[in-house]
Design a protein around this ligand. Structure first.
Ligand code: 3PG
Ligand code: MG
Length: 399
């Protein structure tokens, strides 16, 4: 891979140079209090930022948060992130109230060597996500004016053809940050020659979101374990009634076809936790996967399924896991996700957790992050990498 990395840039000497860092600081915020509920993505970018600070660069960080619609929207402000980033760095982070306006300009101009600024949410500007090359390019020009060099450390966003990811590196000397480098190194092991057996666990709500990765993985993996909301469309494809569980009717035929072609590699739940409502205190029972009562909905995989998945995982030498097994945010439906996560930590396999939700689940359930080989900061990005797609943010660094 012909990508320059942070060490190449540091080797050129940093003092007095302005470095624009694209980070993925898209962290979950509590709806009521606005507080950051999981700061994993902020921590993940610290190695790159600290190295730049120590080298005496003027560090200008930019990121998106959520999906605002191209205009300022206070609920998606990065201000709380600036506070947390400052705490973690142990030095104040100068927060710009806009992305490329007067506030940003004066803050960037005022930076001393070794100081850090954070610009307001990139997606407050239409140009960031525009499909129009000229509109994106015009915004990229404004961003690029804040740096003498560009570092991409936003692994979670490398699959987006956005101005800050794709167009800015065409305008500045560019390198991959420590996080992007590590993510690509790890994921390329999985697409290269993974040690076998290679077992993949997929969860999450929609088959349609995962179809491309299932297609890409089927020939490669030894076993594919499917849980989460999307398992019900597969169960339906096996001819089972799924009650009022999540179902993508239009995907049933596709799932039937995948099952037929899978050569027995796909493992589905044999029991599920079925509830009478989507609520933390709903009445619920474990039922066989082919016996979900018509008025109930499955919200988690059952204990027998967890045991079967754990047995398959215990044989593995390489594991990739993306997507929760159930509604882990509700204690009554967290056992499947916890059970699978614990089973992964008990193996001696090289394990990769992909995705915002699964990574957040690991931390929310209080599991030891260090017992996994790698916890990716990218959900969509890691899946698209495994699909073998060209990722705009990586391609831009290669040029
Ligand atoms: C993510 O959370 O997956 C990344 O930050 C990318 O966000 P997006 O899906 O809104 O582009
Ligand atoms: Mg996403």
């Amino acid at each position: 891979m012909s990508i320059r990395n942070l060490d190449d840039l540091l080797g050129e000497g940093m003092s007095g140079r302005r470095v624009l860092v694209r980070a993925d600081l898209n962290v979950p915020l509590d709806k009521q209090s606005g507080e950051i509920t999981d700061d994993g993505r902020i921590r993940a970018v610290l190695p790159t930022l600290s190295a730049l600070v120590q080298a005496g660069a003027k560090v200008v960080v930019c990121s998106h948060l959520g999906r605002p619609k191209g205009a300022p929207d206070p609920q998606f402000s990065l201000r709380p992130v600036a506070g947390r980033l400052g705490e973690l760095l142990g030095a104040p982070v100068h927060f710009a109230k806009d992305t490329v306006g007067d506030s940003a300009r004066s803050i960037v101009e005022g930076l001393a060597d070794g100081q850090v600024a954070l610009l307001e949410n990139l997606r407050f500007n239409k140009g960031e996500t525009s499909k129009d090359d000229a509109e994106r390019g015009a915004f990229a020009d404004q961003l690029a004016a804040f740096g003498d060099a560009y570092v991409d450390d936003a692994f979670g966003a490398v699959h987006r053809k956005h101005a800050s990811v794709y167009d800015v590196p065409a305008r500045l000397p560019h390198v991959a940050g420590r996080l992007v480098l590590r993510e690509v190194e790890v994921l390329s092991k999985l697409t290269g020659d993974p040690e076998r057996p290679y077992v993949v666990v997929l969860g999450g709500s929609k088959v349609s979101d995962k179809l491309a990765v299932i297609e890409a993985l089927l020939p490669t993996v030894d076993r594919l374990l499917i849980g989460g909301g999307m398992c019900f469309t597969f169960l339906k494809a096996q001819g089972h009634e799924v009650g009022s569980s999540l179902l993508e009717e239009e995907m049933v035929e596709t799932c039937r076809n995948l099952l037929e072609r899978s050569g027995g590699k796909i493992m589905l739940p044999v029991d599920v936790v079925a509830a009478d409502a989507f609520a933390p205190d709903a009445t619920h029972d474990t039922v066989p996967a082919d016996g979900i009562p018509s008025h109930r909905l499955g919200l988690d995989i059952g204990p027998e399924t967890v045991a079967g998945f754990a047995a398959a995982l215990s044989q593995a030498k390489t594991i990739f896991w993306n997507g929760p097994m159930g509604v882990f945010e509700m204690a009554a439906f967290a056992n499947g996700t916890r059970g699978v996560a614990e089973a992964i930590t008990k193996t001696d396999a090289f394990s990769v957790v992909g995705g915002g939700d699964s990574a957040a689940a690991v931390r929310a359930l209080g599991l030891d992050e260090s017992s996994f080989g790698h916890i990716s900061t990218g959900g969509g990005a890691s899946l698209e990498y495994l699909e073998g797609k060209t990722l705009p943010g990586i391609a831009a660094l290669e040029n």
